[in-house]
Design a protein around this ligand. Structure first.
Ligand code: GRF
Length: 223
């Protein structure tokens, strides 16, 4: 008997390019998650129109229409439950979540962040990486905890910083890595191969641990 796929909702606030990659991945045979809803706190988010055009439930919950964060999150939670959500992927979702929401979805909510956490949490990660002169930058998929950009790390992709990079060129290279990493990390979690234990993510025995890492060679990045 085939395992039921994990019912996954994606939270976005804008462009939604990571969301698009998750949707595409979930349409490939054997992928362990299905996308049951795309939800945005910004009704005008480009990603929402993309999802709607593909027949996915695309839901706008405008945070500005709610007096408190708790009221917004109650509505969000209801929408998630209405779609039988088991896992959440935040993908460029730009709202801080309260402890109440984070606790309800503990170990069931992933986020992607454009740096190798715990380096460079927060905004402007690419410029900050350039300012610090790091030679390896990248992106991280992690389980969500209350403190922003913290939580058990599922998978990371390393991206080289090249001479002459600007925040824009480096950001493009990182985004390309994000597009590979997020579908891979969701598959690890949805299949049960990656699980939180003691605030670390363990990848099941018998599974190639290296598959939780993406380290493109410098040569590949230069050519
Ligand atoms: C990505 O770089 C993601 O890591 C960050 O916000 C950006 C969202 O881009 N959290 P997109 O909306 O997925 O195109």
């Amino acid at each position: 008997m085939t395992k039921p796929r994990k019912r996954t909702a994606i939270l976005i606030s804008g462009r939604g390019s990571n969301m698009m990659k998750l949707v595409e991945a979930a349409r490939t045979p054997g992928y362990p998650a299905e996308i049951v809803a795309v939800i945005s706190n910004r009704p005008e988010a480009e990603g929402l129109a993309w999802a709607a055009a593909r027949g996915l439930p695309a839901i706008a919950i405008d945070h500005k229409a709610y007096a408190t964060r708790a009221a917004f999150e109650a509505k969000l939670h209801t929408a998630l439950m209405d779609h039988g959500t088991e896992l959440i992927c935040s993908a460029g979702f730009m709202r801080m979540l309260t402890g109440g929401f984070v606790d309800r979805w503990r170990n069931r909510q992933l986020n992607i962040h454009p740096s190798l956490l715990p380096s460079f949490p927060g905004l402007d990660t690419h410029q900050r990486a350039l300012d610090e002169g790091v030679k390896i930058h990248g992106c991280t998929v992690h389980f969500v905890r209350l403190e922003m950009d913290t939580g058990p790390i599922v998978a990371q992709a390393a991206v080289p910083v090249l001479a002459g990079d600007t925040a824009a060129t480096l950001g493009q290279r990182v985004l390309a890595a994000e597009h590979h990493l997020y579908p891979h990390a969701l598959a690890l979690v949805a299949s049960g191969l990656a699980q939180v234990s003691d605030e670390n993510v363990l990848i099941s025995d018998g599974f190639n641990q290296e598959q939780a890492l993406f380290s493109p060679s410098l040569r590949a990045a230069v050519t």
